[in-house]
Design a protein around this ligand. Structure first.
Ligand code: FE
Ligand code: FE
Length: 185
């Protein structure tokens, strides 16, 4: 894993708008690391890479879905595809082989059952970083994030499920599994 190469690739790939969000996620993730404990080097790599392919054209995303043999359900679905593509590029181009880093990026949008500490930190940091535009329950999730990481994940997942239901969008199985997992803990 060559950190200089990774940072350089991230700098070239992210749009300026995405850089602001990414820096917010990095900062929030470090804060959660200080509270809950996690490998900061791994968390930093996951944070700066998580949205590498957010905001790219549908055409580019679809061709990357095919190139990396990702599931057809990611075709024409930038919201779900961008994290999966980022993880594939990190593994194949950036030569990152740490499963925890790759999973944190791969599942940052949906969550999943039995998430690791690093996965939870990236998932929640993405949802609450300080540049986020206000959305329902954001303040509550922010409060929970610094006291009970699992409860924060549960609430954030519930929020996502409610939002997707209200807007008649399909809810990914990983999101439903993740929500059930945190409810039962
Ligand atoms: Fe994202
Ligand atoms: Fe993000």
């Amino acid at each position: 894993m060559n950190k200089d190469y990774i940072f350089d690739f991230v700098d070239k790939t992210l749009t300026d708008k995405r850089k602001i969000h990414t820096e917010g996620v990095r900062k929030m993730a470090f804060k959660l690391c200080d509270i809950y404990g996690a490998d900061k080097e791994k968390v930093e790599i996951a944070a700066i890479c998580h949205d590498l392919y957010r905001g790219k054209s549908m055409e580019e995303l679809n061709s990357l879905v095919k190139k990396y043999n990702l599931d057809d359900k990611y075709i024409d679905n930038p919201n779900l595809a961008h994290g999966k593509i980022a993880a594939a590029v990190m593994k194949n181009i950036l030569k990152i082989d740490d499963e925890d880093i790759l999973n944190a990026v791969s599942f940052h949008t949906t969550g999943r059952a039995a998430m690791s500490q690093i996965e939870k930190i990236i998932f929640i940091s993405d949802a609450i970083e300080l540049n986020r535009k206000p959305y329902p329950n954001l303040d509550k999730i922010r409060e929970l994030a610094v006291t009970d990481l699992d409860k924060a994940c549960e609430m954030s997942l519930k929020n996502t499920i409610n939002f997707l239901k209200e807007s008649n969008k399909t809810i990914d199985k990983d999101t439903l599994d993740a929500y059930r997992y945190f409810q039962e803990r």
